[in-house]
Design a protein around this ligand. Structure first.
Ligand SMILES: O=P(O)(O)O[C@H]1[C@H](O)[C@@H](O)[C@H](O)[C@@H](O)[C@@H]1O
Ligand SMILES: [Mg+2]
Ligand SMILES: [Mg+2]
Length: 289
């Protein structure tokens, strides 16, 4: 049966590839860095340029579609899912890697519940998933790891950009608990979306994080699910993409072991009123890197 969203997803893949070209070009030049919710929550002009490139390109083809973009929300736009087709965009997931010219940088585009696209532009890996039709990397099918014993697993996580000592303590308590399960290892790609694509690819058994945003995880969530993986809230139950908490695992067994291990807390939700979000954008002076 013909897929009504096929041409839309093709456009998403094409614009993700174009975004990757812009990011790769920017890596060869200077990057002006400013900060958002904390001194280590970085953003560059390239993040903002790529997000506008994506949004303008989609608006031209699909004028009724809505958007939740990381940098648009940072500039004060709402972060509310509507009944209209809504694109959730992270122009650069792994901005800190981008600023430090590390390798893993992705751009993510998600059209809520229909398809997800994550493009890792340095590796030239295009991760895609269409609801009910599987997950792929450069056209090759993806399948999560079959390892169900968490003691034989590698788990991915990130430390986020909140440096409140009480939050950092909870993050480290979780990390300690996970390491002492024990697990074979803990890894972090510096990009939530890339960590989740590693789960979908069977490279690591699970990823968890408290403090991510909906734009970090929306596209890769569908890629994990379509690769046979499981999404769960850190306290168990269905994941809520606006809650800023997620476990993406190869199986319910591994996900439930992590639920018992993680020290849960609840950051301000992405769909909270702007005044209730801790992400009040305080753009400190720009610096060139
Ligand atoms: O690079 P961005 O899009 O800002 O996303 C990352 C976020 O800044 C970090 O705090 C998280 O720990 C990562 O998982 C995100 O990928
Ligand atoms: Mg991100
Ligand atoms: Mg980003």
């Amino acid at each position: 049966m013909a897929d009504p969203w096929e041409s839309t997803m093709d456009h998403a893949v094409a614009i993700a590839r174009k975004a990757g070209e812009v990011v790769r070009d920017a890596l060869r030049g200077d990057r002006m860095v400013t900060t958002k919710s904390s001194a280590v929550d970085l953003v560059t002009q390239t993040d903002q340029k790529v997000e506008q490139l994506i949004i303008q390109s989609v608006k031209e083809k699909f004028p009724t579609h809505r958007f939740i973009g990381e940098e648009s929300v940072a500039a004060g736009e709402s972060c509310i899912l509507s009944d209209s087709p809504t694109w959730i965009i992270d122009p650069i997931d792994g901005t800190t890697n981008f600023v430090h010219t590390h390798l893993t940088v992705t751009s993510t585009l998600d059209l809520q519940v229909e398809f997800g696209v994550v493009y890792s532009c340095i590796e030239d890996k295009m991760f895609t998933a269409r609801r009910g039709r599987g997950a792929f990397c450069n056209g090759e099918p993806l399948q999560v790891s079959q390892q169900k014993a968490v003691e034989q697993a590698i788990v991915a996580t990130e430390f986020g950009s909140d440096r409140d000592p009480e939050v950092v303590d909870k993050i480290f308590q979780s990390l300690r608990n996970v390491l002492c399960l024990p697990v074979h290892g803990v890894r972090g790609a510096g990009s939530a979306a890339m960590n989740m694509c590693l789960v979908a690819s069977g490279c690591v058994e699970a990823y968890y994080e408290i403090g991510v945003h909906v734009w970090d995880v929306a596209a890769a969530s569908l890629i994990v699910s379509e690769a046979g993986g499981v999404l769960m809230d850190v306290e168990g139950g269905e994941v809520d993409l606006m809650s800023r908490r997620i476990i993406a695992a190869n199986s319910k067994t591994v996900a439930e072991r992590l639920v018992k291990t993680i020290v849960a807390f609840s950051p301000p939700r992405d769909d909270a009123a702007p005044s209730d979000r801790c992400e009040d954008s305080t753009h400190l002076s720009a610096r060139k890197v």
